[in-house]
Design a protein around this ligand. Structure first.
Ligand code: HEC
Length: 139
C-alpha cells in the first residue's frame, strides 16, 4: 500500500510538473503587475525608509534590503511577525503587513519585474551549462 502511494505521488508530480521548490521557499506570482507608485507610498507610509533608506540601500546589520533576495525579504518579514521577539524594531513595523503588502514592498525594493526575473533565474538554474571534460563551458 505504501509503495502504491509512493508511486502515485511520483506519477502526480511528473504529470503536473509540481514545482517542489515552491514547498520550501516563498514563490511569487509572476503574472501580477504592481502599481509602483502605490508600492512606494506603502514603503514610506510604513516608515521603512527611516531605518532602511529611501530605496532600501542602507546597510543594517551588514545587509541592505536591496541586496537581499525577494524570498529572503519575505521570509524575514513573516518571521519578524510570527516570532516578534528577535527584533523589537522590525516586529513593530512588520506586524500589520499582509502578504500582498509584503509583495508590494518587495516590488518597490527589487523592481516591478522581480517575480519574472526570479522565474527566469529558476529556469536557467534547472539546466546547468554543459561542461567538457576539461571543465570548459560550452555556450
Ligand atoms: C525603527 C527602524 C526600522 C524600521 C522602521 C524598519 N526596520 Fe527593518 N530592520 C531594522 C533593523 C534594526 C533590522 C535588523 C534586525 C535584526 O537583525 O535584529 C531590520 C531588518 C529587516 C529585514 C531583514 C534583514 C536581514 O538582515 O535579514 C527586513 C526584510 C526588513 N527589516 C524590512 C523592513 C520593512 C519592509 C520595513 C517597513 C515595513 C522595515 N524593515 C522597517 C530596523 C527597521
Amino acid at each position: 500500500m505504501i509503495r502504491f502511494v509512493f508511486l502515485v505521488s511520483i506519477f502526480i508530480v511528473g504529470l503536473f510538473g509540481i514545482n517542489l521548490k515552491s514547498f520550501f521557499t516563498y514563490t511569487f506570482d509572476s503574472g501580477k503587475t504592481y502599481d509602483m507608485q502605490k508600492a512606494k507610498d506603502l514603503y514610506f507610509q510604513k516608515k521603512c525608509q527611516t531605518c532602511h533608506g529611501d530605496t532600501g540601500e542602507r546597510k543594517i546589520s551588514g545587509k541592505a534590503l536591496k541586496d537581499m533576495k525577494p524570498e529572503d525579504i519575505k521570509s524575514s518579514l513573516i518571521n519578524f511577525t510570527l516570532e516578534g521577539g528577535n527584533s523589537v524594531n522590525m516586529a513593530v513595523h512588520s506586524r500589520n503587513l499582509s502578504h500582498a503588502e509584503i509583495d508590494e514592498i518587495i516590488a518597490y525594493i527589487k523592481g516591478e519585474d522581480f517575480a519574472v526575473e526570479l522565474q527566469v533565474k529558476d529556469l536557467l538554474e534547472e539546466e546547468p551549462p554543459q561542461k567538457t571534460k576539461h571543465g570548459i563551458f560550452i555556450k
